[in-house]
Design a protein. Structure first.
Length: 311
C-alpha cells in the first residue's frame, strides 16, 4: 500500500516521477481548488516540498496529520521551522550531495567575474578582436583574498578550491571554527580584509539584507561580491547602484531576491556575471538530491530515523 503525500510544487522531473510512482501523491500546484485539495488530503502524513512556495503554519494546519516535510534542497528558508517544531513536524533537506557542484559554480563565478571571460567571449563573437584589437586586461585571481561569509560544508568546499587557485582565505561565522583560515569577528571587517566576498550563508529573516551599503563600502571599489546563497542575503537595489556607480569592482550572482524575475538594470552592467540559479543544476546532483528527499520519506513511513533532519 502506498503512503499518501502532498507535493507542493513542480520540481525536478525525475524526482517527481519517483514520488508519484512510489507514493499516492496530491499535486497541489495543479489543483483547481487548493483549499478543496488540502481538505481531501487532510489525513496525509508527508509533504514533499520544491521551490519558493511557503510551507507555513497555515498549510501545516490544513494537514493536521502531517508528520514530515521533505525539502528538495539545502535551504529551508521557505519553511517555517518554528511552526513545524511547535507541531512536532520533522523537516528534512538534502545537504552534502550538492556541495561540490555549488562550490564549482562559486569558483566559476569568481573566475568569470574577475577575468571577465563571458564579456571577452562576447567581444570576440561581436567581431571586435580584429576591429578593435585585444580584449582589455582584467584582474588575476591568484594572490587575492577570498572572504567567505558562511564557512559551512559548502563554504569549506569553496575555500579548498580557492586555495588551489592561489587565493588566501578568511571567513566569518557566528562562531569561530577549527580551520586553518583567518577569522574575522564581524562581516564589515571580513569585507574590509577581502578582495572577493563570497556569500554562502543561509537565507531567511536572520540574514535578510545582511550584505548592505556598510559592508559594500568596506569592500571598496577594488572589491568583488559573489553570491551562491540566497538573493535575500544582499540588499539587491543597493548592490545594483554600487555596481552602476563603480563603488565596487564587480559581482558574480547565481541568486536573486525575486527569482526568476531579475531587475533589468543588471543586464546592462559590464561588471556583473549573472547565472540563473544553476549552482546545483547537474543531472547527477539533482538526482542525488531527489534520491535523498525520497529516502527520507520512506524512512519516516517505515518508522526509522530520517537521514538528514533539520535542527
Amino acid at each position: 500500500m502506498k503512503h499518501d503525500i502532498v507535493i507542493t510544487a513542480q520540481g525536478h522531473k525525475g524526482t517527481l516521477e519517483r514520488l508519484q510512482a512510489e507514493f499516492s501523491a496530491t499535486k497541489l500546484w495543479e489543483a483547481p481548488d487548493r483549499d478543496a485539495a488540502l481538505k481531501a488530503a487532510a489525513k496525509v502524513r508527508g509533504l514533499a516540498h520544491f521551490g519558493h512556495s511557503k510551507v507555513d503554519g497555515k498549510l501545516m494546519d490544513a494537514l493536521p496529520k502531517l508528520e514530515i516535510v521533505a525539502n528538495f534542497g539545502v535551504g529551508v528558508d521557505q519553511i517555517d521551522l518554528e511552526a513545524a517544531k511547535k507541531r512536532k513536524i520533522i523537516v528534512t533537506n538534502t545537504p552534502d550531495v550538492l556541495n561540490d557542484c555549488v562550490a564549482d559554480c562559486a569558483m566559476a563565478l569568481v573566475l568569470n567575474t574577475l577575468r571577465k571571460f563571458p564579456q571577452s567571449e562576447s567581444y570576440l563573437r561581436s567581431g571586435f578582436w580584429p576591429a578593435k584589437g585585444p580584449y582589455p586586461l582584467t584582474t588575476s585571481v591568484g594572490g587575492k583574498t577570498l572572504g567567505v561569509l558562511g564557512l559551512g560544508r559548502i563554504g569549506e568546499a569553496i575555500a579548498r578550491r580557492a586555495a588551489a587557485f592561489g587565493m588566501k582565505i578568511r571567513y566569518h561565522n557566528r562562531n569561530k571554527k577549527d580551520v586553518p583560515y583567518a577569522y574575522d569577528a564581524d562581516l564589515v571587517t571580513l569585507a574590509k580584509n577581502s578582495d572577493v566576498l563570497m556569500i554562502v550563508t543561509p537565507g531567511g529573516a536572520e540574514t535578510a539584507k545582511l550584505v548592505n551599503a556598510k559592508v559594500l563600502d568596506a569592500l571598496g571599489p577594488q572589491g568583488y561580491v559573489v553570491n551562491v546563497a540566497r538573493g535575500s542575503v544582499v540588499d539587491e537595489l543597493v548592490l545594483l547602484r554600487y555596481l552602476q556607480e563603480k563603488k565596487i569592482a564587480g559581482a558574480g550572482l547565481d541568486v536573486f531576491e525575486h527569482e526568476p524575475n531579475v531587475p533589468a538594470e543588471f543586464f546592462a552592467l559590464d561588471n556583473a556575471v549573472l547565472f540563473p540559479h544553476v549552482a546545483s543544476a547537474t543531472v547527477e546532483t539533482r538526482k542525488a538530491m531527489g534520491d535523498l528527499q525520497v529516502e527520507n520519506l520512506h524512512l519516516h513511513f517505515a518508522g526509522k530515523p530520517v537521514k538528514t533532519p533539520v535542527a
